[in-house]
Write a protein that binds this ligand. Structure first.
Ligand SMILES: Nc1nc2c(ncn2[C@@H]2O[C@H](COP(=O)(O)OP(=O)(O)O)[C@@H](O)[C@H]2O)c(=O)[nH]1
Ligand SMILES: [Mg+2]
Length: 364
């Protein structure tokens, strides 16, 4: 899964990218237009399973983050527009957007729009995404209209009507993620990779002094209503502090975190919120060789899950042995969990739940 980081200049995008991926960018690389980094998804459940199975290798799930530096707002100079097109093309490929909005004051680091206003900043970038989508819609609609003049085609007529609906929303400054589409419409739209249709996690980047009152800050900055909008979520983070914490390990980090009045790790909250927004869950596979977390969409069947682990498992799928991760830990392994009646045998249509441990029985 890949998430694209967007936001105005000096909002804290690169800072957040570093927090998430724990990347130590070289000074030169820090100025490259697009950075791609991998974040390990923290998961205590996997760690507990590994204590039981003592595998040679523990593999956490991963999320990719892309720091797209060049989105500068609709007022971009002509000379910057071609660069902008490259950034937008990069963004079309991501599954979700992580929109960093500045919530910290710093006289030494002027805000690019002259004052702090989270809602205005959010709207500015959103507008840019919508303009890009609208542009695509207008070009495609024009082509369809031309074709329809030559010959009647119900397929194209459907598409045109659907695009008209999208256009109407965008012209009312409503992002496409707020519209409801049928499965068939979803399919038609997917190839467009519209930006304003992607789920968006807004990260409010706060100053040190607001670290102890994160949730109140979301209200103060006028972003509380965002959480109720479709495909949208908000997470407050004290960026500078989290960047400092990301450099530390274990107990030192915990102690420093508490001294700032922070209860939980910003990194974990952002990754967790991204999972929730995308409807992602984790299941596990365990053994002496490897204990591993796998990321799938909610609703994934045992057969599909088997295929994600290995195509051979999907092809030769017979049954899945399924246990809840904590039952497996409590039983000290499969044998113990089985004795306690905590292992179920499931068929290919079984819908995998968050926290399931799967053992696939297969032929060949
Ligand atoms: N005071 C303060 N400075 C921050 C915070 N987050 C980032 N910065 C600083 O703001 C500057 C721009 O941050 P950066 O992450 O490069 O922003 P970008 O332009 O959006 O990538 C850097 O000097 C950061 O150290 C914060 O929460 N508080
Ligand atoms: Mg940057």
């Amino acid at each position: 899964m890949r998430t694209g980081i967007i936001g105005l200049p000096r909002s804290g995008k690169t800072t957040l990218f570093r927090i998430l991926t724990r990347a130590h960018l070289e000074a030169a690389a820090a100025h490259a237009p697009v950075h791609i980094g991998v974040a390990t998804v923290p998961d205590e459940r996997l760690d507990r399973l590994a204590e039981i199975f003592r595998p040679r290798k523990v593999t956490h799930a991963q999320v990719e983050y892309v720091d797209v530096a060049g989105l500068t707002g609709p007022g971009a100079l002509a000379s910057e527009r071609s660069k902008q097109a490259i950034y937008l093309a990069e963004l079309r490929l991501v599954d979700a957007l992580l929109h960093v909005v500045r919530g910290f004051e710093d006289p030494a680091l002027p805000h690019p729009r002259g004052s702090l206003d989270a809602r205005r900043d959010l709207q500015e970038i959103e507008l840019e995404l919508m303009v890009s989508d609208l542009d695509q819609i207008l070009r495609r609609s024009e082509r369809i209209e031309k074709d329809l003049k030559k010959r009647k085609d119900p397929e194209l007529e459907h598409e045109l009507a659907l695009l008209a609906r999208c256009r109407q929303a965008l012209e009312a400054e409503r992002p496409l993620r707020e519209l409801e589409f049928s499965a068939e419409e979803e399919k038609r739209l997917s190839s467009f990779q519209f930006l304003s249709r992607k789920p968006m996690l807004c990260v409010l980047n706060l100053g040190d002094e607001q670290a102890a009152e994160l949730n109140r800050a979301v209200v103060q900055h006028g972003l509380a209503a965002l959480a109720t909008r479709p495909g949208t979520a908000v997470v407050p983070v004290a960026g500078r502090i989290e960047a400092e914490l990301a450099e530390l390990e274990g107990a030192d980090a915990d102690e420093l975190r508490r001294s700032y009045g922070l209860e939980t790790s910003g990194r974990e909250r952002v990754i967790g919120a991204t999972y929730a927004l995308l409807g992602l869950i984790s299941f596990f596979t365990v053994g002496e060789v490897e204990c591993r977390a796998w990321t799938v969409r909610r609703g994934t069947t045992a057969l599909r899950a088997a295929g994600i682990v290995h195509s051979d498992l999907e092809r030769g799928f017979i049954r899945a042995e399924v246990a809840r991760w904590n039952d497996l830990v409590a039983g000290g392994g499969w044998a113990g969990a089985r004795e306690q009646g905590k292992v179920k045998l499931e068929g290919r249509e079984y819908v995998v739940e968050d926290g399931d441990v799967l053992h696939i029985r297969h032929s060949g």
